[in-house]
Design a protein around this ligand. Structure first.
Ligand code: PHE
Length: 461
């Protein structure tokens, strides 16, 4: 029996084989795209700043109620169309220019996210090197802060590391969907889980602080929950699941026709939340055990944690493990970002995979360099008081992704025929989709309203 029925070979796409070879491959690749700096770097500091346990509960609620249905929506669009994000909207809307623009919107968002995301991804490479060389150990807290600041403000090293990270990502993408993305995800994702579990055990055995840290993470104190922290939880669930800009449309187009989209989405969202929670279990007990501030913001991982590692036995080893896992998480996400662009170049312009990877990477580097230098030479180049890096983060996570997701729900819920949605979700009627009406209700009403609320409150302030 042919094990890969959705494989399509097209002459002008030499060696371009559409599709993952297995369901587990699809789950690991998409979970790799979802799990990233958002889980290990952004989630803990957001939770730290927004009151701990109550934030976690709201976050998980949004992942289940909105995250999973929206991920299924992207998969339905991608798999139905068997195409990159622009091609998908073109095919499914029968060439309607308005909807094609929504696909282009996804491509722009991917460029912008990749541009700033690769800056932080590059930092992880530097921290892997620093920890391997023992340069983080034995330093006073001021020296660690100084190290972070002088590195990020430099105009050479951060660019070099960002460039290296982009090249690393490009070399996986050039190898193709199955031999590159799927294979690398199958190797890296299990390693990521093992390293995370190792780190959690270390953190949980730190004595008194461990209890306090776990209480901070798991005991909800609803009095700390404000309107803005609820919105922060909603935004975080979006960013973390990579929803609203075409990553999951592209990966959805690679899911085999016989795989179950609902189960696949549940697995991916489950892995993504599990990694975020495990990252919390790694970070908060350690932060409390060593009397650090859990609400210290984006530098939590790069300044607070090295101090924590310094105060624990075998700290250098744990620093290496931690930054390695951060780097792995970042890499599987940058792979998904580049794939959106490369699939677009290959399918829409008939470029070779290598050519598409090269030019996308080059363009991202040219734009990303500005984000990178906004920590140093360009730190005074601000708009509304925000640096270029912060603007890219804000524009994509707070506007482009939620707006992209809103328009996507309107497309699939209100313009695309319901029978076709049901047909795709039920694998042409071969599966019973018990909760279809519930899904469809969320798609048409709950998600768009929730999204409108995030977008409007983001605009107001
Ligand atoms: N979900 C990724 C993370 O949590 C970020 C990302 C967003 C990746 C959008 C791809 C597309 O780090």
């Amino acid at each position: 029996m042919n094990r890969v029925p959705t494989m399509i070979k097209t002459t002008n796409m030499e060696n371009y084989t559409r599709g993952f070879s297995s369901n587990i491959g699809a789950i690991l690749a998409a979970a790799g795209g979802a799990v990233g700096l958002g889980n290990i770097w952004r989630f803990p500091y957001m939770l730290g700043q927004n009151g701990g346990g109550a934030f976690l509960l709201v976050y998980v609620f949004f992942v289940i109620l909105i995250g999973v249905p929206l991920m299924m929506t992207e998969f339905i669009i991608g798999r139905r169309a068997q195409s990159n994000v622009v091609g998908a909207y073109r095919k499914l809307s029968h060439g309607n220019k308005g909807w094609i623009t929504l696909g282009i919107f996804g491509i722009v968002a991917a460029f912008l996210i990749y541009a700033f995301y690769s800056v932080v991804a590059g930092w992880t490479l530097n921290y892997i090197v620093l920890s391997c060389r023992g340069h983080l150990s034995g330093k006073e807290p001021e020296a660690i802060t100084q190290l972070f600041q002088s590195f990020t403000q430099d105009s050479f090293w951060p660019l070099l590391y960002q460039g290296l990270f982009l090249i690393l990502t490009g070399s996986v993408i050039v190898m193709g969907v199955q031999k590159g993305i799927e294979k690398v995800s199958k190797i890296l994702m299990p390693i990521l889980f093992i390293l995370l579990i190792l780190m959690s055990v270390r953190s949980l055995t730190l004595g008194a602080g461990a209890k306090e840290g776990l209480a901070f993470l798991f005991n909800p104190d609803f009095s700390k929950l404000t309107g803005s922290s609820i919105l922060a939880a909603l935004g975080q669930s979006f960013f973390s699941l990579s929803i609203g800009m075409g990553a999951m449309v592209t990966y959805g187009s690679y899911i085999r026709k016989e795989d179950k989209l609902f189960n696949t989405s549940l697995w991916i969202a489950g892995c993504d939340s599990l990694v975020a929670i495990l990252a919390g279990i790694v970070i908060f007990p350690a932060v409390f055990a060593f009397g650090m501030n859990p609400a210290s913001g984006p530098e939590l991982v790069y300044i607070v944690l090295p101090n924590v590692f310094n105060s624990m036995p075998a700290g250098t080893l744990f620093a290496i493990i931690f930054f390695l896992l951060l780097g792995i998480a970042a890499l599987t996400s940058t792979i998904s970002l580049l794939e959106i662009l490369v699939a677009f170049g290959v399918e829409e312009f008939h470029w070779k995979r290598g050519v598409a990877s090269f030019f996308s990477t080059l363009l991202v580097f040219l734009i990303g360099a500005f984000c990178n230098l906004s920590f140093g030479p360009l730190k005074d180049a601000t708009l509304f008081g925000k640096t270029i890096f912060d603007l890219f983060d804000l524009i994509t996570a707070s506007y482009l992704m939620p707006i992209g997701a809103l328009l996507m729900t309107i497309f699939l819920g209100w313009f695309f025929p319901k029978v076709e949605v049901k047909d795709e979700l039920s694998n042409s009627g071969t599966l019973k989709v018990k909760a279809f009406e519930l899904y469809y209700f969320i798609l048409r009403f709950v998600s768009p309203i929730a999204l409108l609320i995030i977008i409007i409150s983001g605009i107001i302030g």
